[in-house]
Ligand binder design. Sequence first.
Ligand code: ADP
Ligand code: ADP
Length: 228
Amino acid sequence: MIQASGLHKSYGETVALDGVDLHVREGEIYGVLGRSGAGKSTLLRCVNLLERPGRGTVTVAGQELTALRSGELNHARRRIGMIHQHFALLSSRTVAANVAFPLEVMGVARAERERRVAELLDLVGLGGRGGDRPHQLSGGQKQRVGIARALAGDPAVLLSDEATSALDPATTRSILDLLKRLNAELGLTILLITHEMNVVKSVCDSVAIMAGGRIEESGSIAGLIRTP
Ligand code: ADP
Ligand code: ADP
């Protein structure tokens, strides 16, 4: 579902990605684990071409994104949802309007948008909260809004950038449970980056360990991490 080959990315003298290959199969939850500065976030941003790799190719859901021009890329990116550590919600918009935002950009008609937003809020356990503003919600609820918004375009792939790092352990658990459920029920492929071993252990099928812009090891969770 996601195939990245030979990715290189430098910022001036800093080499953020130094030849990264990644293969994420359809329907799996794949974790990239590493310390701060390892290159995880650069890798994630290269997967949806928010950042253009200096070298290498990225193919998502059968489409080589690195071969597309920017106009075509915007269209292809609808198949890729993303959630963020600090949620990235628009504070002036209601919860429903945040979730509706990508649908507006896609030109989905108002009635269909409202139907879809209600469905998405139900899916993430926020039915009835559409009229609230983000500041009225807890961190976990804000991340649920982020997840609903990321799913609005019916993506094949969800990218998660440290989605639970700003949350307490119980809330982290509930968000990870939600991701697991979406993976099982929708067949959603999830690529997540994290610095927390516990996140990887509790939800991932496969893991890559990253350091210094390289993947040091990768494979099934059972093979790489011994659980006590
Ligand atoms: P991680 O997500 O694992 O913390 P990053 O991908 O953010 O790692 O960073 C990898 C390296 O690239 C770091 O040395 C970081 O300082 C550098 N880097 C990342 N983004 C930029 C940028 N926009 N400009 C300059 N250096 C960057
Ligand atoms: P407007 O479209 O008048 O600017 P808003 O900014 O409040 O209205 O909302 C933007 C979009 O969010 C709406 O067009 C609609 O698609 C969606 N939306 C807003 N409120 C709700 C709601 N309670 N239930 C479902 N969808 C909603």
